[in-house]
Design a protein around this ligand. Structure first.
Ligand SMILES: Cc1cc2nc3c(=O)[nH]c(=O)nc-3n(C[C@H](O)[C@H](O)[C@H](O)COP(=O)(O)OP(=O)(O)OC[C@H]3O[C@@H](n4cnc5c(N)ncnc54)[C@H](O)[C@@H]3O)c2cc1C
Ligand code: SF4
Ligand code: SF4
Length: 364
């Protein structure tokens, strides 16, 4: 069978985790044997692939997660439709200086996971570690020291759901996962299947990261090489005031984020989710002062996580200007990318009756 591609795969890891014969090549799913239909067209994978755009209506209102579901009438105010359902938005940072300095923003995500493990709230945390050349890989951390191995943002996609599968397989009962919105959506869709065999009730809490876009690893390596940087020499990446900053041992390069456009994954151009709307807690830098992480606390599980880790984080209320900034960024992403969704599918905006449907591209 010819190898087939799914061009809008966001490399969340869900299909390789929960369906044996799905494999990845160059950070994308490939179908090379045994698969009759394929993700986003039909079958089991259709029900949970975050790019099947099937929308989570499988539960018919009986889903225990409706609290965070986009289709829930609870997300009724315009603000909540932009940011998803939430209870509270705060700024937080790790109390421990070392975690704060190592963390991408305030180190709050790492601090919360370390404390949640220490206190037995969770027994495993799926984080993203990196290879020498900054490929993001899922890692099941079971101690605070292991959580620290994942500190900091990797701006390429991480198949984090594979880590969830590994944690379940290794017998952990209270699992946390950190991931971008697409990772979170894949887990929520899997949970909405209510299949006891998948054992997804062992996922206790999902921390979603704010996300504008992720980069193709291969293109990003080449992009940096053209600017005289070997990715293996990079110590840290960050985004600040519209610039993508690359820090190596002996230099710092500030690149306008627009220049990275050719490296952006195709799937991110049709993604509407800036704040990881289906997470229990979402985390990002936008909206908070430098050195702090913004936390959108959405669910009871999210509240519990923040509450058990209070001794590891300092928190303060986010002011209205901060919240408005997050809303603006989330709204802009939805508007920008909604147009791309319609374009890509050739759907006229006057006629939205066509269910979102992507066909597989074959190499034939
Ligand atoms: C691809 C990407 C794009 C982002 N874009 C934005 C943005 O536009 N605006 C914004 O405000 N914030 C964005 N963020 C979030 C931001 O970079 C920080 O992750 C967030 O503010 C938390 O900071 P922290 O100091 O608390 O995190 P830390 O304490 O450093 O913890 C970060 C956690 O995220 C995990 N992680 C890192 N990279 C990945 C990855 N690729 N996939 C899954 N998990 C990962 C780490 O393993 C770690 O557990 C983005 C993050 C990523 C990964
Ligand atoms: S988006 Fe996730 S579930 Fe869908 S094809 Fe890609 S890896 Fe598989
Ligand atoms: S922009 Fe959307 S699809 Fe791309 S990595 Fe972020 S959450 Fe996933």
């Amino acid at each position: 069978m010819a190898e087939r591609r799914f061009p809008v795969c966001c490399y969340c890891g869900a299909c390789a985790a929960f369906i044996d014969f799905k494999k990845y090549k160059e950070e994308e799913v490939v179908f090379d044997k045994g698969c009759g239909g394929g993700t986003a067209s039909e079958g089991f994978c259709f029900s949970f692939c975050p790019r099947s755009f099937a929308a989570c209506r499988l539960c018919e209102g009986d889903c225990p997660r409706t609290e965070v579901c986009d289709f829930s009438p609870r997300a009724s105010s315009p603000e909540k439709r932009i940011l998803g359902h939430y209870k509270e938005i705060i700024s937080a940072r790790a109390r421990e200086e070392g975690v704060r300095e190592a963390g991408q923003d305030g180190g709050a995500v790492t601090a919360m996971l370390c404390e949640a493990l220490e206190r037995g709230f969770i027994d495993a945390a799926v984080v993203a570690v990196r290879t020498e050349d900054w490929k993001a890989e899922p890692f099941v951390a079971t101690t605070p020291e292991e959580v620290l191995r994942g500190v900091g943002s990797k701006y390429t996609a991480c198949p984090s759901v594979l880590g969830v599968w590994e944690a379940i397989d290794r017998g952990y009962e209270n699992i946390a996962m950190v991931g971008t919105g697409c990772n979170i959506e894949a887990v929520r869709r899997l949970q909405a299947l209510h299949d006891p065999a998948l054992e997804l009730d062992r996922v206790k809490v999902l921390i979603g990261l704010f996300c504008t876009e992720a980069l193709w690893h291969r293109d990003f390596v080449a992009f940096l090489a053209e600017r005289g940087i070997n990715i293996k020499d990079v110590e840290r990446f960050c985004v600040s005031k519209g610039k993508f900053v690359v820090v190596t041992k002996d230099k710092e390069l500030s690149i306008p984020t627009k220049e990275l456009e050719p490296c952006v994954r195709a799937t991110c151009k049709i993604c509407e989710d800036f704040t990881a709307q289906l997470a229990d807690v979402s985390a990002g830098s936008s909206g908070s002062p430098d050195g702090y992480t913004s936390l959108i606390i959405r669910t009871k599980a999210g509240e519990e996580l923040v509450s058990v880790s209070r001794s590891a984080i300092e928190t303060k209320k986010m002011d209205d200007a901060g919240i408005k900034k997050i809303e603006r960024l989330a709204f802009n992403k939805k508007m920008r990318n909604y147009g791309m969704i319609l374009d890509q599918m050739g759907i006229c905006s006057a006629c939205l009756t066509n269910p979102y449907f992507f066909t597989l591209q074959t190499g034939d």
